[in-house]
Design a protein around this ligand. Structure first.
Ligand code: DC
Length: 221
């Protein structure tokens, strides 16, 4: 039996940075499930399929192939044979991912891939519904959150560091909108699993959060 750690939480809480570090410390594979929704979103954007065309998206789910691979330990996301890892990190793709993630056809397809990965290796998997739906028997479940203001601030700093011009309030508005959609959808919404440990990272450093997760895991492993 392989071990699994589920990390769920809203956009910008630091899940991927923290999950990557914890995975490296434990020798686990890091699985970024958001990247899978983003790859699906990229496909829809390229094909100009609007998120309300449920039937068309359902057909696309049956047709397209999304897989992951690892290069030097870094997850790569492959869409119909094309490595799209570098193309999915835009706000446009993120918003589209959140919009199509409400559709059962999309979730069913990607959850199957996520569960199959957890059957083959020790994983730290991050997303929105990992502890509540994808891996209900995960050895450890973390609900990682931070205030919307702090999450917007982090995103703003990340973008301005890359030389992008952006508006902090606009980013916060986007984050709140995305939270609402992710938390209020009917199918597998974002919420804290009953047996998840809640960590609010608003006033914590990355190292402190990673340390807290490793401590929790140490207690149960
Ligand atoms: O974590 P992220 O920002 O890369 O995720 C993009 C969107 O994908 C997010 O707004 C909601 C959706 N998502 C989801 O519904 N379930 C997951 N397990 C992961 C992501």
């Amino acid at each position: 039996m392989f071990h699994s750690i589920a990390i769920d939480g809203p956009a910008g809480a630091g899940k991927s940075t923290i999950a990557k570090k914890a995975a490296a410390a434990l020798g686990f594979i890091y699985v970024d499930t958001g990247a899978m929704y983003r790859a699906m979103a990229l496909y829809c954007l390229r094909k100009k399929i609007s998120p309300d065309r449920e039937e068309q998206i359902g057909d696309a789910c049956a047709r397209i192939d999304i897989t992951i691979a690892y290069e030097d330990g870094v997850q790569q996301i492959i869409l119909d044979g094309e490595n799209v890892t570098a193309l999915i990190r835009t706000e446009e793709v993120g918003n589209m991912a959140s919009a199509i993630a409400v559709l059962p056809a999309v979730r069913t397809k990607l959850v199957e891939l996520q569960r199959s990965l957890a059957q083959k290796a020790d994983v730290i998997m991050d997303g929105r519904d990992i502890g509540t739906y994808v891996l209900p028997n995960a050895n450890l479940k973390i609900y990682l959150t931070a205030s919307a203001k702090e999450r917007a601030n982090r995103r703003y700093l990340e973008l301005t560091e890359k030389g992008r011009i952006c508006d902090r309030d606009e980013i916060e508005k986007d984050i709140i909108e995305r939270d609402n959609r992710d938390m209020n959808r009917e199918f597998a919404p974002l919420r804290q699993a009953e047996d998840a440990v809640m960590i609010d990272s608003s006033d914590m450093t990355i190292e402190q959060v990673v340390g807290a997760i490793l401590d929790e895991y140490g207690r149960i492993a």
